[in-house]
Design a protein around this ligand. Sequence first.
Ligand code: GCO
Ligand code: MN
Ligand code: MN
Length: 386
Amino acid sequence: MYEPKPEHRFTFGLWTVGNVGRDPFGEPVRSPMSPLDIVHMLAEAGAYGVNFHDNDLIPIDATGAERDKIVADFKKALADTGLVVPMATTNLFSDPVFRDGAFTSNDPKVRAYALQKTMQAMDLGAELGAQVYVFWGGREGTETDAGKSPLDAGKWFREALNFLCEYNLDQGYNFKFALEAKPNEPRSDIYLPTTGAMLGFIATLDHPHMVGVNPEVAHEHMAGLNFMHAVAQAWDAGKLFHIDLNDQKFGRYDQDFRFGAESIKQAFYLVKFLEEVGYEGSRHFDAHAYRTADLNDVKEFARGCMRTYLILKEKAQQFRADHEIQALLAEIKADDGSMNPYFGSYSKDKAQALKAHSFDRVTLGQRGQPYEKLDQLLIELLLGVR
Ligand code: GCO
Ligand code: MN
Ligand code: MN
């Protein structure tokens, strides 16, 4: 039970289980693991795939020969373990060159360098079989708006993505681009801070069909938003190309907790949603173990992410099979069909008929909904007493 299998599409970034536990107040607590060791650890834990930023795999100053050797060794580890690389991305935030952003830096040389670095990272991702290419603009923002216009930044970001979409076509890579929103951290304010903002922005691109989103639980929770609602909007728009699963106390700093570690109810709604709509992409855990963890505990962290997902998937099935819950839902959603003539597409006749209809507003307003009862049943189901 709850054993991860390849068909579950569970993936981790090299940077997640490989996280050394540095924070703004403290030095690393775990030794760095090589990408090869991480691949073996993930395989042992039961993951399906591994994702990376260019520099998780290839040091930023590596020579061409060093790069080729690293790629060959990595390919061997993938072949030995059966792990695949579904997603790749670019590190456009660690190096000092990106201190004022990458595609939105005020310095045109930095903007051009960011394009060059991303093309090279796309080459690397394509070589290792990635199909989704993530853009997380962690430094694309400001501390003060005195020095940069959000209109300029938006224009530069749009031009960069248009350029890279053309590169994607030109090279025949066929990547789906997935934009990842985050409200803040490491910048005070990051542009396009929510999944909804990203969806609006995508519509302004030259190749909107090529570009979707990579929503992350923690990022919407940092902003106090309902993650499942954001995911539903992305799904409805045909834009849920990837998803970053983790957890987070609402409104706090960027915590990247194990999936389901904090907000079990939200995690339940999310898993239920993904499973019910038939989302087929990666379930990517963009999280890391507590700083207190040693290597054994890091393994527990990775297993815990997947196990919780599978437990919640089972809970969603229980929810659908629970007669009392389903009877309540039927009551809540009861529909005698009498309003059907007024719904659907507009016509003059329909509008006239609806304007003439007389509603018993007071009686309608007296009807309650048994959401308390329903929610308590859900809580009892999640707590394991149903
Ligand atoms: C964060 C982000 C990153 C991105 C990663 C891949 O808060 O640091 O979630 O982990 O997901 O850079 O694009
Ligand atoms: Mn994050
Ligand atoms: Mn992320």
